[in-house]
Design a protein around this ligand. Sequence first.
Ligand code: SF4
Length: 289
Amino acid sequence: MAARDAGPASGPARRPNRRPSRQPTRRKRRAPDPITAWVKRLDRTRPDLVRDVLDALASIHGRPTWERRLDPTSELILTILTQNSADINAEKAFEALRAAYPSGLPAERHNPGRGWGGAGLPDGAPPDWDAVERAPLEELVEVIRPGGLPNQKAKGILATLRAIRERRGDHSLEFLADLPALEARDWLTSISGIGKKTASVLLMFSFGMPLMAVDRHVDRVAHRVGLLPKKASADDAHDYFLAMLQPDEMYEAHVNLIHHGRVICQARSPKHDLCPLRDRCRFVDPAAS
Ligand code: SF4
């Protein structure tokens, strides 16, 4: 059996190593990813919080099932119309677009479901997006005026439609269904004026993609309960939720948190007595586990 180490006598004389001996190098510690660190901390200090919140919300709001709301371009423009406006007013502006720029396409049904703050659009064809994009700005401003902030939104709608057509040749966004969720979100957010919230709403509601849209209601409830770090912005919150939730929990989490924020955990007078989250809510008890 060969010796593992023949020893210095059995081989040629070794030349002394004249190179200075290496100092042990200090490994640089990578700064921990704040989102991963937060999720681990939550697991350690407040076990099962996410699951408990989802179950408690489902106990009073039910478990929503996904249904396509609208075609993706309509969903995008409707979402732009909801920015800083009540959903009911966004519906009026969208209806006005349908009437001013009829496409003659088959009517579609708006299935807003729980979490939507309007009455739901009546059945109708999507607007003719080519005609909307060609419309003079002043005209479009007047058409969507019932929705609020018409100057800002008309500019946003025209720029968005132009960006989609220049990249894709038309205004259809159905191709996004074939992309992985985050790639599709990146494609949309690379268009100026489209943020993670708008992109996630479109991809969740038109394609059922596992993304989480964080609006002011979701953000408020999540911060109050302590699901998110105090300093996490609403934009960052999107990625915190992606790390905290399983893909099949995201739609339910979005719908029930937004609905809870509308009907129970309102900004000014939250109804703690009716809330099934109160035992674990840091807004009610800063030491809640
Ligand atoms: S206990 Fe109160 S503050 Fe906490 S989530 Fe419920 S309603 Fe909101």
